[in-house]
Design a protein around this ligand. Structure first.
Ligand SMILES: NC(=O)c1ccc[n+]([C@@H]2O[C@H](COP(=O)([O-])OP(=O)(O)OC[C@H]3O[C@@H](n4cnc5c(N)ncnc54)[C@H](O)[C@@H]3O)[C@@H](O)[C@H]2O)c1
Length: 257
């Protein structure tokens, strides 16, 4: 671990109370940076209390006020923003004929619209610093999953939002990229990870033969917002153990669990 990689740099991470967001924020701190950690879950943001260079903002990223507050916290406490990690997300699945529209709207709001709100709020600061943006999409934004169309639609939107915005912001020296995790052990997947059939079913489709860890996604996100990725822009990077390399016609050779 390079403890100087983010020395003097300021990162804002949404969905930072747990899982991939928390791992990203912790790695950013360990590499010498300062972090504004944003999440709905105020209690779980308490991990930041033991860090001098971390500030927690609790609230809903679908509100413009919270997006303004996170930018204000970054500039007020640390002076600027160099890296914006828009990672908070919400799963959603159901019957295409019956799924409540309000729930669909909420899934689009959190997973897609809030990405735009975050980018807009941080844009003036990112322009000053020629900063970088990383967004957590999903393998479910690249292909479809049975019953998961609300999430597939939202994450698919995120993937192409990232591509298109990366073209427009490049003139300001701002890079925009996405990671697409496959099955990762986090709070979001804790319940399905308890069900043997689903856990093993998903595992059997992963060529590497195991679920991923939050830190394995976080390290790719932190690469993307670092200067080491200075010529990576508009990229959509699977972090999935090989799931999306497969057409899905045949299961990969099975690796013992
Ligand atoms: N875990 C996986 O297998 C997986 C796979 C692909 C993509 N992802 C994506 O990774 C991202 C991080 O999820 P995770 O797996 O670490 O799950 P997680 O549940 O551990 O973390 C998600 C965090 O987002 C926060 N959040 C949700 N809605 C919010 C809102 N409206 N405002 C503020 N915070 C909000 C939650 O409180 C939670 O702390 C999500 O975008 C998710 O869709 C996860």
């Amino acid at each position: 671990m390079d403890t100087e990689r983010f020395a003097g740099k300021v990162g804002v991470v949404t969905g930072a109370a747990s899982g991939i967001g928390r791992a990203t924020a912790e790695q950013f701190l360990a590499a010498g940076g300062s972090v504004v950690a944003v999440d709905l879950d105020a209690d779980k943001l308490a991990w930041t209390d033991s860090h001098d260079r971390a500030v927690a903002i609790s609230g809903d990223i679908t509100s413009q006020e919270i997006n303004a507050a996170m930018v204000q916290a970054a500039t007020g406490q640390f002076g600027s923003i160099d890296a914006l990690v828009l990672n908070a997300g919400l799963p959603g699945s159901g019957d295409v004929g019956e799924f409540p529209l309000e729930q669909f709207d909420r899934i689009i709001d959190v997973n897609l619209r809030a990405v735009l709100l975050g980018i807009r709020a941080a844009l003036p600061e990112l322009k000053k610093n020629r900063g970088a943006i990383a967004v957590t999409a999903s393998v479910s934004g690249i292909r479809g999953d049975t019953m998961m169309w609300p999430y597939n639609a939202a994450k698919g939107g995120v993937v192409n939002l990232v591509r298109a915005v990366s073209i427009d912001l490049a003139q300001h020296g701002i890079r925009v990229n996405a990671v697409c995790p496959g099955p990762i052990k986090t709070g979001m997947t804790a319940a399905i990870n308890e069900i043997d059939e689903i856990r093993e079913g998903l595992r059997s489709h992963i060529p590497l033969g195991r679920w991923g860890e939050a830190k394995e996604v976080a390290s790719v996100i932190n690469f993307l917002v670092s200067d080491e990725a200075s010529f990576v822009n508009g990229a959509v990077i699977p972090v999935d153990g090989g799931v999306t390399a497969n057409t899905g016609q045949f299961l990969p050779p099975q690796v013992p669990g």
